[in-house]
Design a protein around this ligand. Structure first.
Ligand code: ADP
Ligand code: MG
Length: 185
C-alpha cells in the first residue's frame, strides 16, 4: 500500500509543480474567494488554516481578510508526527517546522482540535469519495482522528484524482475545495 500511495503522490505533486507561479497564485485567489462565501466557512468561528509549503495552494490572504471576525489557528509539528494547533494573526512571528513549513511559535495560544469548527486541510491528492493523500507522514491522520470539525481538503483541481488507496487510519475529508469550486462527500 505505501508504494501505491507513493506513486499517486509523486504523480499528482508533479502536476502541481508544473503549474506556473502565476497560475498557482490565481487559483489560490479563486479558492479564497469561494471559501469566504461558503456557509460552512461563515458559520465557523475557530478555523484551522495552514501556512503553505512549496507549491501548495496559498490561503495567506484569508488570514488578512478575515482575522477580525474569526479565530484562526495553524499547526505546529511535534515529535512522533503529531500536530498542535495555535492561534495565528497576520502580524504574529512564525518559525520553521518540519520540512521547512512556517508555523506559529510555541508561546502562541494552544487550541485543542475539539474546539476547531473547520479544518482547512492541505493535501497531496483527494478522490471523489473524500479519501485524502497527505505527504506521507500521517500528521493529519493523527491530528484529525477524533476531531469533530468539518474537514475541508484544499488543493488545485489537478489534485483531484479518480481513486486513492486508503488504510484504516486514514481520515476522510467531508469536502474538497479547489479553484473549480466545492465538492462535498
Ligand atoms: P499521509 O496521510 O501523510 O499520506 P500515510 O497515510 O501513508 O500518510 O500515513 C503515514 C504513516 O502514519 C503510516 O505509516 C501510519 O502507520 C501512520 N499513522 C497514520 N495515522 C496514524 C494514527 N492515527 N496513529 C498512529 N499512526 C498513524
Ligand atoms: Mg493518510
Amino acid at each position: 500500500m505505501p508504494d501505491v500511495k507513493l506513486a499517486v503522490r509523486n504523480d499528482v505533486l508533479g502536476k502541481r509543480r508544473a503549474l506556473s507561479t502565476e497560475s498557482r497564485k490565481q487559483k489560490s485567489q479563486a479558492i479564497v474567494d469561494s471559501l469566504i462565501e461558503l456557509s460552512l466557512f461563515k458559520d465557523a468561528v475557530t478555523i484551522a488554516t495552514y501556512l503553505p509549503l512549496r507549491s501548495e495552494a496559498d490561503l495567506s490572504r484569508l488570514l488578512r481578510l478575515e482575522h477580525r471576525s474569526k479565530c484562526f489557528v495553524a499547526p505546529r509539528t511535534l515529535s512522533n508526527f503529531e500536530l498542535s494547533f495555535h492561534r495565528v494573526t497576520p502580524s504574529d512571528m512564525l518559525e520553521m517546522g518540519f520540512g521547512g513549513a512556517r508555523q506559529p511559535t510555541e508561546v502562541a495560544d494552544l487550541v485543542p482540535p475539539s474546539a476547531i469548527d473547520l479544518f482547512l486541510v492541505p493535501l497531496a491528492a483527494c478522490d471523489p469519495q473524500g479519501n485524502r493523500l497527505g505527504f506521507g507522514k500521517g500528521y493529519y491522520d493523527r491530528a484529525l482522528a477524533d476531531a469533530p470539525g468539518y474537514k475541508l481538503g484544499i488543493g488545485f483541481h489537478c489534485q483531484l484524482v479518480d481513486h486513492i488507496p486508503f488504510d484504516s487510519y486514514d481520515v476522510p475529508m467531508n469536502g474538497f475545495l479547489s479553484e473549480e469550486g466545492l465538492i462535498q462527500f
